[in-house]
Design a protein around this ligand. Structure first.
Ligand SMILES: C[S@@+](CC[C@H](N)C(=O)[O-])C[C@H]1O[C@@H](n2cnc3c(N)ncnc32)[C@H](O)[C@@H]1O
Length: 292
């Protein structure tokens, strides 16, 4: 083949490559894109993850996790059967006080997601079919050590409406402290799992007792600096249904009212404070000079 023939071949191959790249378009939904590696933590019925997957047309870039367990490898009827037998058959009852307690615990753990959320099963099925990695029993306060996560780094780590459970009046300091400990543990782990330029996102209600969680202060303990606070609009995420997540009404939604997505990046807190104070002083001096 002549040199010009080779050059033509090379140019054609290059053109094909370029058209392939432009056909794999990056898709966006709100702050999230199909080009980002996204870790979702503390999901309820996985409808938020699915909203992203549907918008991207794929879930290859999503790792969606819940604290709740799902699909332990034995049939859900076996502990129930054991309980029934142990109540009916006296011999079983004699040997089984501890076992009955154990089986009650197993029932509690087993298929937690399916018991809690009516749509969890179908949402998870769709997510998996679209290529998502789904993990269960993932504690946000220790997730860095999780075998599937320990080596991975993410562009976005998202915890929507973290909540440690209903333990009394939300305005009481011990209850607020419980929630703060959860978010603090999440930040401690998330800050070590970010890619360069990665962000940690927490969506949270504003005002009232929720303001007292003081997310910014908690994040700063782990060198996470608030870079933005965007209004959270549920209707931006079609199909997303925020869940209470605990208690007999766990599958119910709750009013979001004014909520916000707090976005944090790793950074030097002093530097950020200095630059924001210098920009505010320069803007105040420029406004005072313009008004003079
Ligand atoms: C108010 S619900 C919100 C659920 C979901 N993110 C949503 O937006 O619908 C709070 C969630 O926090 C989760 N959670 C509580 N403690 C957690 C922990 N240590 N690690 C991970 N998730 C946790 C609960 O399982 C529950 O799903």
């Amino acid at each position: 083949m002549t040199t010009s023939g080779l050059l033509l071949l090379f140019a054609n191959a290059k053109l094909k490559q370029q058209s392939h790249h432009s056909s794999v378009r990056v898709k966006w939904l709100s702050h999230y894109s199909s080009a980002q590696q996204i870790l979702l933590v503390g999901e309820g019925d996985f409808s938020f993850s699915l909203a992203l997957a549907n918008a991207f047309g794929s879930a290859d870039n999503l790792v969606a996790t819940s604290l709740d367990s799902y699909g332990l490898p034995f049939p859900s009827s076996s502990p129930v059967l054991f309980l029934l037998v142990s109540h009916v058959h006296p011999n079983v009852l004699v040997v089984s006080r501890k076992m009955r307690f154990l089986s009650l615990c197993i029932i509690d753990l087993m298929d937690d997601l399916l018991q809690k959320y009516s749509k969890a099963k179908s949402n998870l099925k769709s997510l998996r079919e679209m290529g998502a990695t789904t993990l269960h029993g993932v504690d946000a306060t220790t997730m860095k050590l999780h075998s599937e996560l320990t080596m991975r780094r993410f562009d976005r780590i998202v915890f929507n409406f973290p909540h440690a459970g209903f333990r009394g009046n939300e305005g009481l300091m011990p209850v607020i402290d419980l929630h703060r400990r959860l978010v603090m543990g999440f930040f401690r782990n998330a800050c070590r799992m970010l890619r360069p330029d990665g962000e940690v996102h927490v969506s949270h209600k504003m005002g009232g007792p929720y303001a007292q969680w003081n997310l910014e202060e908690l994040a700063s303990e782990w060198s996470l600096v608030l870079v933005d606070c965007a209004d959270f609009r549920k209707d931006e995420f079609p199909g997303y249904c925020n869940k209470r997540g605990e208690g007999p009404r766990c599958d119910r939604t709750f009013p979001l009212r004014a909520s916000c997505t707090y976005k944090f990046r790793l950074g030097d807190l002093d530097e950020t404070k200095a630059s924001s104070s210098s920009s505010s002083s320069s803007s105040s001096s420029s406004s005072s000079s313009s008004s003079a």
